[in-house]
Design a protein around this ligand. Structure first.
Ligand code: FE
Ligand code: ZN
Length: 515
């Protein structure tokens, strides 16, 4: 019997069959019932076929590429662990940046995985569905490879033991957590703008480049290799975010104001989260890559401007909050570190005051602000520490209802005044760090009144281990809260000088380099 066997498929044909060819329109149930979420945000899509696949990748090719990357990554991680790589870092202060990353970023990768899996399911167009599926798999890989490449440090240093547990509880981790919670509880298109566009396209370089080059500068092969392994994924993610925004804007003119509002909101939410990265760059890396201000200028002001120029032809305007960032870039890293230094008892990493030569570096990088506003306070704290009065703040700060950052930012135009904004909603008062967070709240108050604010939760007695009786005589709230956080008081937290991490690192280094 003669059978007509088709010769090997052409690349384009094969790609078509392996992606869009897998989709179909439902007949037993109306499409609107199967895809209930892609209309309620008000976004109008007339032709899903107009979606341009940003990367022509089929699933089988995807697995092949990723497997290759995994093999290389794990070979290096193994070599790093076997060669006592943890002793090769500049000094043990560096490990604290990894604690911040592991608790504040890696769980978000996992959230990104969940978000893209969820959102991909909600899009009735098969093009974005396939793209979201790949990104969902990338993101779970990022979470896993980050945990694996840092796991060697967990054997030797404190504070790396419970990132997942901490994410849902520890006060400052509610900042990155609330960012993703906000995005994943939005509609599918807002998610795509929040994560695919603002986070991946506008802000990723400010997150990854500092951590990955910080790792390279400070001798951390593990984190550096993971970073390179993720980079090719990031390039795909950025393309997806940008494609999505162009697609929405080309589909219907009514989409423009909705997309603009999302861009405004998520650019601001992203810059607020990046405060933690700024602090890491200026204060936590023993060998600095560049200042936060320089990074902001290169990756946001220059690259971001080019991007917004590109989008201007669709009618997109540069978000208004950007004006405030021109001033903020001179301040936020110092303000954040000052806060962590004071609240060093309640963090899972160590804090310290910069050494004199490090203060000089800061003066040089921040000629307009460091000597004038921050150096005197930091020198005073350093003196007090020397005199045996290491300063810890025992009160709890007020938090912004939207970004959840303690009220540590200053008034635009006056760096000597803390910036407070408030609004009334249903006879309750809500507080904000800025005009931009206030505007975000006022647009969706029903969403943000539900925020789980760590300080409020502590005051309400919800952050003690089960069975705690706060009315018992002599009850001490701080140790109870730390226990609830799974922070080991006296080991994971407090001052770096004299910490177990510091002493161990020095002793092990001595053993490794001397007879
Ligand atoms: Fe990722
Ligand atoms: Zn805020």
């Amino acid at each position: 019997m003669d059978m007509k066997v088709k010769k090997k498929l052409g690349l384009k044909e094969r790609y078509g069959l392996m992606t869009r060819g897998l989709g179909w329109d439902t007949t037993y149930q109306p499409m609107d019932k199967v895809f209930p979420y892609d209309k309620f945000e008000g976004i109008k899509i007339h032709d899903w076929e107009k979606w341009e696949d940003p990367f022509r990748l089929t699933m089988d090719a995807y697995w092949k590429y990723q497997a290759e990357k995994e093999r290389k990554l794990y070979a290096i991680i193994d070599a790093f662990a076997q060669n006592n790589g943890h002793l090769g870092v500049t000094d043990a202060r560096y490990i604290n940046t990894l604690k911040l990353f592991l608790t504040g970023i890696s769980p978000l990768e996992y959230m990104a995985h969940r978000g893209f899996a969820h959102v991909g399911r909600q899009m009735r167009g098969v093009g974005p569905r396939v793209a979201c599926q790949m990104q969902a798999i990338d993101e779970i890989r990022h979470a896993q490879t980050q945990i694996h490449s840092m796991s060697n440090y967990n054997k030797y240093y404190n504070g790396l033991h419970a990132p997942r547990h901490m994410l849902d509880r520890v006060w400052y981790l509610s900042v990155p957590k609330s960012f993703f919670d906000d995005a994943i509880t939005a509609g599918p298109f807002e998610w795509m703008i929040a994560i695919g566009f603002s986070f991946e396209y506008v802000l990723t370089n400010l997150l990854f480049v500092p951590f990955v080059s910080g790792a390279a500068y400070n001798g951390d092969m593990g984190a550096m290799t993971f970073g390179f392994s993720a980079q090719s994924d990031e390039a795909r993610h950025m393309t997806l975010g940008l494609e999505c925004i162009k697609f929405l804007l080309e589909q219907d003119p009514d989409n423009l104001p909705i997309v603009q509002r999302w861009i405004d909101k998520w650019t601001w939410r992203g810059t607020r989260v990046l405060t933690l990265v700024g602090m890491m760059m200026d204060y936590m890396l023993p060998k600095r890559v560049m200042s936060w201000k320089e990074a902001w200028e290169i990756y946001f002001e220059q690259n971001g401007t080019a991007l917004f120029n590109d989008l201007a032809r669709y009618g997109i305007k540069v978000p208004e909050c950007v004006n405030q960032t021109f001033e903020d870039k001179e301040h936020i890293s110092h303000q954040a570190w000052a806060t962590f230094y004071q609240y060093g008892a309640a963090a899972d990493f160590h804090t310290w005051m910069p050494k004199p030569d490090e203060m000089d570096w800061l003066s040089e990088k921040y000629p307009n602000t460091f000597d004038k506003y921050y150096r005197p306070r930091f020198e005073y704290w350093a003196e007090q520490h020397k005199a045996g009065n290491r300063f810890y703040n025992n009160t709890l700060p007020m938090l912004c209802q939207v970004c959840q950052i303690p009220m540590l930012f200053t008034e635009p135009g006056d760096p000597t005044q803390i910036c407070y904004r408030e609004t009334d909603y249903k006879e309750e008062k809500y507080h904000f760090c800025s005009d931009h967070c206030k505007h975000i709240f006022e647009h969706e108050p029903e969403k943000y009144v539900q925020a789980w604010l760590p300080v409020h939760q502590i005051y309400q007695g919800n952050c003690f281990p089960e069975g705690t009786d706060p009315t018992a005589p002599g009850f001490e709230p701080l140790p109870a809260v730390l226990e609830y956080y799974h922070i080991n008081h006296g080991r994971d937290n407090l001052e770096y000088e004299g910490s177990e991490d510091q002493r161990n690192f020095e002793a092990w280094r001595q053993q490794a380099t001397k007879n």
